[in-house]
Design a binder for this molecule. Structure first.
Ligand SMILES: [Zn+2]
Length: 357
């Protein structure tokens, strides 16, 4: 079978979206789509193209003062009876339409049709975003090809329904443990009940008032929540241990270290064990290409509350944001779809921003 990404397809981001959707690419099985994308990019004389596993990188080298990354993941969550794609009125239905082949289509369309952009561009089409972080194509590049990620600014074309979502919140998960002494409940005074001791932990959580923080016009809402509790030995034993798993979402003005210090203050006197930690990312809207981009979009940026690959760029000192045509509410849903109008708007916006050389 020939490459379905023909020149006719590449010039139309809507047709391109549908064509990409119809190349099934569930995480771990991105080889075919990566082959198609690599083949197209290698044919463009203005790009130099390289590949690491199933991640494809193509870049211009025009000697521009600044470099911008446009990035999208090629993988999708498992198909749910929603391939091949279908079109109903202004909507394209199918697995990956919103998250995020419509975004990938915008980047690939630009890569193929804009030989003379205003900034030097690096296009990254990467594998395995929807599964564990150690397989993530951007993570692998940060380990093996960090020079491919170098830029002044990055846009991830994840679904945002056509608005700029800037920065992202950090995540810190800890286990708060209480201790006691086992005894028979008939002689409970000989023991210390660790589950009762957890009451104070729960009170701390109930009394907690999370911050709302505005940075560069983006409002982040923090959250501190118990997400699991476990304790108890048997029906006739006073428990000697109880563990409360706590999840903190923190605004990007705190570092991971500061977030942990904060939890030590909240749970003063308790044992904390960190089980997961990921930094947030500042909105980074003061970088010059970011300001121009926000102007081209023409709407106020919003804060990203979830954790995204934006923070992988932030960790490398590259300001990054999310902007894509898909609706994030539809990501991973069985009725996943994307509006054709949003794809056209997105393509026009990116052209406005990047073609103004
Ligand atoms: Zn995604």
């Amino acid at each position: 079978m020939g490459n379905p990404l023909t020149p006719d397809v590449l010039v139309d981001p809507v047709v391109l979206t549908r064509t990409l959707v119809d190349v099934e690419s569930v995480s771990g099985a991105e080889k075919v789509i990566a082959d198609c994308v690599e083949d197209v990019l290698r044919q463009a004389p203005h790009l130099s193209t390289e590949r690491h596993q199933n991640t494809v990188m193509a870049r211009t080298d025009l000697g521009r003062e600044r470099r911008v990354v446009l990035a999208g993941h090629l993988d999708t969550v498992p198909v749910n009876g929603n391939l091949p794609s279908t079109v109903v009125d202004d909507l394209i239905y199918g697995c990956g339409t919103a998250d995020m082949k419509s975004g990938v289509a915008l980047a690939l369309h630009l890569a193929a049709t804009l030989p003379d952009p205003r900034y030097d561009l690096t296009f990254l089409f990467y594998e395995a975003e929807e599964i564990e972080s150690r397989f993530n194509g951007l993570h692998l590049l940060s380990q093996h090809r960090p020079e491919w990620l170098a830029a002044d600014f990055a846009v991830l074309l994840e679904p945002t329904y056509g608005v700029v979502e800037a920065g992202c919140q950090g995540t810190l998960k800890v286990t708060v443990r209480t201790h006691g002494r086992r005894a028979h409940p008939a002689r409970a005074w000989r023991g210390v009940n660790a589950i009762h001791a957890a009451g104070e932990v729960l009170r701390c959580l109930d009394d907690y008032r999370p911050r709302t923080v505005t940075i560069d016009g983006c409002t982040y809402r923090e959250g501190l929540n118990a997400v699991r509790i476990s304790g108890g030995v048997a029906g006739n034993v006073i428990p000697d241990e109880c563990a409360v798993e706590v999840d903190l979402r923190f605004a990007p003005d705190r570092t991971e270290r500061q977030a942990l210090d904060h939890l030590h203050e909240v749970f003063a006197g308790f044992d904390l064990e960190v089980t997961d930690s990921a930094p947030g990312a500042l909105p980074g809207l003061d970088a010059a290409p970011a300001r121009d981009f926000v102007t081209a979009v023409g709407a106020e940026p919003a804060a990203k509350l979830g954790w995204t690959d934006v923070s992988r760029f932030a960790a490398l000192g590259v300001p990054a944001l999310n902007y894509g045509p898909g609706d994030p509410m539809l990501a991973h849903a069985p009725d996943e779809h994307v509006e054709i109008g949003k794809i056209r708007d997105g393509a026009a916006t990116l052209h406005r921003w990047l073609a103004a050389y």
